[in-house]
Design a protein around this ligand. Structure first.
Ligand code: ADP
Ligand code: ZN
Length: 513
């Protein structure tokens, strides 16, 4: 038996590794940098805990979740693992006791907050110790593209500079392609191995409905699913209260939950939900973090989530047991406006706006929802899923291979440097000054798409994006890039079906790319 497997059994009591865990561990043991992307609950922790236990010296785990550190470390103690943590919630005395244990070489794993890691005293401490590994948990915090950007994370590039021989492993549950790229660049990882476990949750049915007659639909939905447990996510605290009240009046056993309740009240409602005392909960996004309930059978979004990451995270709370579960998102333009108002007041406006537009496109789309979702996370689903509202009621389509090839050929000839607007102008043979100045009228595909209107091209490109044939470089003026699958289309190795545009739903108006 390998040392890793022995440690898995001895410390955690498990017989088998989950997918990728073993490969990640071997890579770290060989001293390689790695980036690990696994959904929540996928088993990321073991990927650094086991190497820490096998190698000589001390592993440093950086995590922004100070509130969870204590639990994590206590959990490890219970398994017989020597771990400690250092953060600002501890007294001087407590910190001194931990430092003493470190100096005595008694511990294998030290959890620290990013602030601690970046302090000068800690740097001097690191210099004196034998560090075998840096694990950066919640690594998406390093990127403005992640959903939880933390400026202090961007300063961690110094680790690789100061300790070039210590492997760094970055872990996260939610990373779109841009975030992945940011993590690698900003941490200065050296030829990192990239481990991405599938984000696909085939047991979840994905459904989007117009945000009309929501209460009536929800009541019908619940009545078709007696005794099932579910979560209804709302945008505002007030909405959670109003909705649970209406449900109770209709005889449904439901409660509400939001961050405005006292800590005791929140703990109680959470407990009631977990024990199925109150099986249905109307909640803001404050609900769900760290809740491990395997038999949630459905998740409804009463309002549009602010981006695809949040949506994925929230629907992911259904069907943890692997059995069939349903998700339903109500989409209305009024929610978009509410989000836009939040965005106006926030930092990172452009990023948030682009992400909001992407989830609108997801809702408007007439392509397999799962395909869109997975392609957002950089995965390609070969077949349509058959378990989403679009697959169950497919729009009529036609062979659009030639149209796609025209667009893809132009994308390649324009060196993947232009956004949708310029691409369409080239395809349609526009004699706009910028096109002429840049010499785009000389490329071979100039004007080959004249027969299709500007608006129709926008919609076709959106479909091609949704199907994962192209992607958008949001960090590069929204230039369109061709994916591997897109290249296969270009070289005639793959066909593309496009949806007749007359069949596109007209309300709300589809957003252009
Ligand atoms: P993540 O950090 O990816 O959200 P965790 O590391 O907290 O996930 O693991 C989620 C759960 O899965 C934990 O209860 C953990 O003990 C369990 N787990 C991890 N690896 C295995 C395994 N190989 N076999 C069985 N359970 C595992
Ligand atoms: Zn589908």
């Amino acid at each position: 038996m390998s040392a890793a497997k022995k440690a898995l059994k001895r410390y955690f009591g498990y017989d088998q590794f989950r997918p990728l865990q073993d490969q990640v561990i071997q890579s770290v043991l060989q001293g390689e940098d790695a980036i690990v992307i696994m959904p929540t609950g996928g088993g990321k922790s073991i990927c650094y805990q086991i190497p820490a236990l096998i190698m000589d010296g001390l592993a440093i785990v950086v995590s922004p979740l100070i509130a969870l550190m204590k639990d994590q470390v206590e959990g490890l103690h219970a398994n017989g693992v020597e771990a400690e943590y250092l953060n600002s919630s501890q007294s001087q005395k407590q910190q001194a006791a931990v430092l003493e244990r470190i100096n005595q070489g008694e511990i294998n794993l030290l959890y620290v907050s990013p602030e601690k890691l970046l302090s000068q005293e800690f740097y001097y401490l690191l210099l004196q110790l034998k560090i075998n590994l840096f694990a950066i948990d919640e690594a998406h915090c390093i990127s403005v593209w992640g959903h939880d950007f933390r400026p202090e994370y961007t300063k961690m590039a110094y680790l690789k500079k100061q300790f070039p021989h210590v492997p760094v492993i970055a872990l996260t549950a939610t990373a779109d392609k841009l975030t992945q790229k940011d993590i690698v660049n900003q941490l200065g990882l050296v030829e990192p191995k990239v481990f991405i476990s599938s984000f696909d949750r085939p047991n979840l049915s994905l459904n989007v409905a117009p945000g009309k007659d929501k209460f009536k639909s929800i009541l019908g939905f619940i009545r078709q699913r007696p005794h099932q447990s579910g979560i209804i996510y709302c945008l505002s605290r007030k909405a959670t209260e109003g909705l649970s009240e209406k449900l109770k009046n209709a005889g449904v056993n439901a409660a509400y939950y939001h961050a405005g309740l006292s800590a005791e009240e929140r703990a109680k409602r959470q407990e009631d939900f977990i024990t199925d005392e109150v099986p249905i909960i109307c909640a803001t996004i404050a609900f769900g973090m760290g809740i491990d309930k395997s038999n949630v059978r459905w998740v409804i979004h009463y309002n549009l989530p602010r981006n695809i990451e949040s949506y994925y995270q929230e629907i992911g709370r259904a069907g943890r047991d692997g059995a069939k579960a349903d998700t339903l998102l109500f989409y209305s333009y009024s929610d978009v406006i509410v989000h836009q108002r939040f965005i106006e007041e926030s930092a990172l406006k452009e990023v948030s706006q682009a992400k909001l537009e992407r989830i609108q496109q997801f809702c408007d789309a007439q392509n397999c929802r799962r395909k869109i979702l997975l392609s957002y996370f950089g995965e390609h689903l070969e077949e349509d899923c058959g378990n989403c509202d679009v697959c169950k009621n497919p729009p009529s389509s036609f062979d659009g291979t030639i149209i796609a090839q025209k667009a893809f050929s132009a994308i390649v000839r324009l060196k993947e440097q232009v956004a949708a607007g310029t691409l369409i102008d080239v395809l349609r043979g526009s004699s706009r000054q910028e096109i002429l100045n840049k010499g785009f009228h000389k490329i071979k595909t100039y004007g080959v798409g004249k027969d299709i209107s500007y608006q129709d091209w926008q919609q076709y490109l959106l479909q091609l994006l949704n199907m994962g044939f192209i992607s958008v470089a949001y960090d590069h003026a929204n230039a369109l890039l061709l994916t591997e699958q897109g290249r296969e289309v270009l070289f005639g190795e793959r066909l593309v079906n496009l949806i007749h545009l007359a069949k596109m739903k007209s309300e709300p108006k589809p957003k252009p790319i």
